[in-house]
Design a protein around this ligand. Structure first.
Ligand SMILES: *Cc1c(COP(=O)(O)O)cnc(C)c1O
Length: 477
């Protein structure tokens, strides 16, 4: 098709558009920038005419062009990193930001960011202090450990511990625990980076006490146990009991290191919460069983900021603190603020379960989820009626399961309720893609060939946004 040359002259001028946009306050853009963006938009329109995607003057009328321009501007000024509605049901979703912070923690971050603080200043002595001091006491109180410090993430924590205590020497570990955690954290590779030598013992499914004892020699630096966070060996298998491993390490005068990954501080069963506790040991239990060093994440089941927490015996922790590598892995003030606030909530399990989103979403009752799903389905049906789209959707509620995620509680599926959306014109996969383009984007999941929203990870306050997203999807040209 040949572009109609007359169409170019039908395009409104930059000045006309700028005048129309005088109302466009959000966000208030500098005049020069707005002019540049409007020019970019007109260029895009000219391209459309050239490619004959636009072929009538009608399409270029002010009335028709202004909504497109507003959308164009909104897209251009919106930050790339932004909020997403999580309807996947995966509570600790690695790709969607893992744990959401409690209000208390978010407020603490804000305070830490906009003011000066005593980050490394001891207010009692008026001298220089350390950033860990704000959380070390709390960590010790919560876990029963003698000392602790915090670094950038758990991968860094493992690296730092191995680099400090085992560099150039051997670390004995069971073959059943040589894990890879999503996002390319592999225990053997981290060990290699830290300059220590991996001494694998046992078989993938079975490791016995004598496997460990037989591997110990004068070049052994430590025994290590890695929590198999994201998978489970079932069937014919056995591993060495913690107390036995502790005895072997003590007899040999070697530290026992435990990489726990998820860092659960909440005894779910004791707090009257769902029975998932037995699968995910608490940090305090591992410390009590005699681990000399325990490492875990701040943003998995703990429900705090990204961080790698190291707790354990003072003699080892002090050495780790002095490692020059520590300076390269240190946490920033926002992390200190968020972590202290989160740990404070953990001092009261009932408060933690209520205020920390990750724990709250794991523990929410099945009946409550059902109510939430029915409410969301109702709101979506209303949204469809009031939307301008000619496209119709069918909304259903049914039972399903959610995953906790973050490499914790493997194989533990929590009962939930799903709101399923079917649109005859679109396949489930197509619908999923369309919802990723709404504002804000919505991430759902496909089950039994239906696009589904798991209400576990959606807050009721977000339902109206989900309704808006559905309207956008159903009115899309
Ligand atoms: C998640 C996990 C890690 C990595 O922790 P990050 O905080 O993501 O760096 C390491 N070890 C285990 C066992 C884990 O589960």
């Amino acid at each position: 098709m040949i572009a109609d040359k007359n169409l170019y002259s039908a395009l409104p001028s930059v000045d006309v558009l700028l005048r129309e946009l005088a109302e466009f306050h959000e966000p208030a853009l500098p005049r020069a920038m707005l002019r540049r963006l409007v020019n970019d938009f007109l260029d895009a329109c000219r391209k459309g005419i050239r490619a004959a995607g636009i072929n009538s003057a009608e399409e270029l009328s002010l009335e028709n062009i202004l909504p497109d321009l507003r959308k164009f501007l909104a897209d251009k000024v919106r930050p790339g990193f932004r909020r997403v509605l999580n309807a996947t049901g995966v509570v600790i979703h690695t790709n969607l930001g893992r744990s959401r912070l409690a209000e208390e923690a978010a407020r603490a971050v804000y305070e830490a960011c906009v003011h000066y603080s005593n980050l490394e200043f001891n207010l009692e002595t008026g001298e220089r202090g350390t950033r860990y001091s704000h959380v070390e006491k709390l960590l010790c109180r919560l876990t029963g450990a003698e000392a602790g410090l915090v670094v950038n993430n758990n991968a860094a924590a493992v690296l730092l511990v191995l680099d400090t205590l085992c560099k150039g020497r051997e670390v004995v570990i069971s073959r059943g625990e040589l894990v890879e955690i999503g996002g390319s954290f592999r225990i053997p590779e981290v060990m290699a980076k830290s300059g220590c030598v991996l001494r694998e013992v046992g078989a993938t499914n079975r490791t016995h006490p004598h496997d460990y004892s037989a591997a110990i020699n004068e070049n052994t630096a430590a025994l290590m146990r890695v929590h198999t966070s994201n998978y489970r060996i079932i069937g014919f298998h056995c591993s060495v009991a913690p107390e036995e491993l502790r005895k072997i390490s003590r007899d040999a005068g070697l530290p026992l290191l435990v990489d726990l990954g998820s860092g659960n501080l909440c005894d779910f069963a004791a707090a009257g919460l769902p029975r998932i506790a037995s699968d995910e040991p608490t940090v305090q239990k591992i410390v009590a069983e005699g681990a000399d060093i325990v490492t875990f994440s701040g943003d998995k089941v703990l429900g705090g900021p990204q961080a790698g927490i190291i707790v354990g015996r003072k003699q080892y922790v002090e050495k780790i603190k002095k490692n020059a590598l520590n300076r390269a892995l240190r946490i920033d003030k926002m992390t200190v603020a968020a972590l202290e606030a989160t740990l404070r909530l953990h001092t009261e399990p009932e408060l933690a379960a209520r205020r920390i989103p990750t724990l709250r979403l794991i523990c929410v009752a099945e009946a409550r989820l059902r109510q939430k799903a029915l409410k969301l389905a109702r709101m979506l049906r209303v949204a469809l009626k009031t939307g301008q789209g000619a496209i119709q959707a069918e909304i259903n509620v049914r039972a399903g399961t959610s995953l906790i995620g973050g490499g914790s509680f493997p194989e533990r599926f929590l009962p939930t309720s799903l709101v399923c959306i079917a649109v005859p014109e679109f396949s489930a996969e197509n619908l999923r893609g369309r919802f990723l383009k709404t504002d804000p984007p919505l991430a759902g999941r496909i089950e039994e060939d239906k696009f589904c929203l798991d209400v576990r990870t959606l807050e009721v306050e977000e339902f109206s946004l989900v309704g808006e997203a559905l309207k956008q999807v159903c009115s899309a040209r």
